[in-house]
Design a protein around this ligand. Structure first.
Ligand SMILES: Nc1ncnc2c1ncn2[C@@H]1O[C@H](COP(=O)(O)OP(=O)(O)OP(=O)(O)O)[C@@H](O)[C@H]1O
Length: 245
């Protein structure tokens, strides 16, 4: 089943289209890594698809009434600071708002998935930056929406938390949900994502399996780097190796 369909989605900032006629679909079971250099339009695409920015073209989420949309898609925004001096459990439970606050089991599941059980009663404002980031991911997970859109979810996390978070997202996809996550770490994306969408100057320039999207020419043309690929018993490895320009 298709969880997100964009057709010619265009988002302008001033007169300039920063998302330019993007068409794509995301189905159940997909973990899509949204990649591209700084300023490529990743955040704008996610926000436009959700209706948080005015857009032209179509997004299937925009066809839904706000309440239905809140149940169809969870969103993890880029900002990671928690301003409210309340418990971790209270922050994560905010993810249940589209379900009128019901579903304490979903809050428990989200805390467990993000390894936050020991932090449940801690004041969220007294956690480190990376810990707060994990709490906000858990809040998005607690929504238990069929689709999760996450803007740079692993930024600022330590290696263990990065790997765990990518595993959690891969698990969600394996369970039949859909995940779209913008991500700068191409090595993590290559290992965990089922598909990569490469955005450049607001347009999709490649869309497919990670090995295919992270081709020598795409890396050179879009990122200005060269990279190293290997297939290992532990799965695919990709590492950017050098700057070309
Ligand atoms: N409020 C704004 N007003 C004008 N231009 C904006 C605004 N927000 C973003 N832009 C421009 O839109 C383009 C896309 O920005 P966006 O934040 O979507 O990129 P991104 O791919 O998420 O980048 P990054 O990887 O750096 O987070 C950039 O060129 C940016 O300068």
């Amino acid at each position: 089943m298709t969880l997100l369909a964009l057709r010619d989605l265009t988002v302008r900032r001033g007169t300039c289209p920063v998302v330019d006629h993007v068409s794509l679909t995301v189905d159940e079971g997909e973990f899509v890594g949204l990649i591209g250099p700084n300023g490529a339009g990743k955040t704008t695409l996610l926000r436009g698809a959700l209706g948080l920015l005015p857009s032209l073209g179509q997004s299937s989420l925009l066809a839904l009434a706000p309440k239905a949309r809140a149940r169809a898609a969870a969103f993890l925004p880029q900002g990671r600071e928690i301003a409210w001096p309340v418990s971790v459990e209270t922050v994560v439970a905010l993810g249940r708002a589209p379900h009128l606050g019901q579903g304490t089991e979903a809050v428990d599941r989200a805390l467990t998935r993000m390894g936050l059980e020991p932090y449940r009663d801690r004041k969220a404002t007294e956690l480190s930056g990376g810990e707060q980031a994990r709490v906000l991911i858990a809040r998005a997970l607690a929504q238990e929406a069929p689709l999760l859109l996450a803007d740079e979810p692993v930024a600022g996390l330590d290696p263990e938390a990065q790997l765990r978070t990518m595993e959690v997202f891969a698990d969600l996809a394996a369970e039949g949900r859909g995940v779209v996550a913008s991500i700068h770490d191409l090595g993590l994306a290559a290992r965990a994502c089922t598909r990569l969408v490469l955005l450049h100057r607001g347009q999709v320039v490649a869309d497919g399996p990670p090995r295919q999207v992270l081709s020598e020419s795409n890396l050179a043309d879009v990122f200005g780097v060269r990279g190293f690929h290997a297939e290992t018993p532990d799965g695919p490895v990709f590492q950017p190796m050098g700057v070309l320009r």
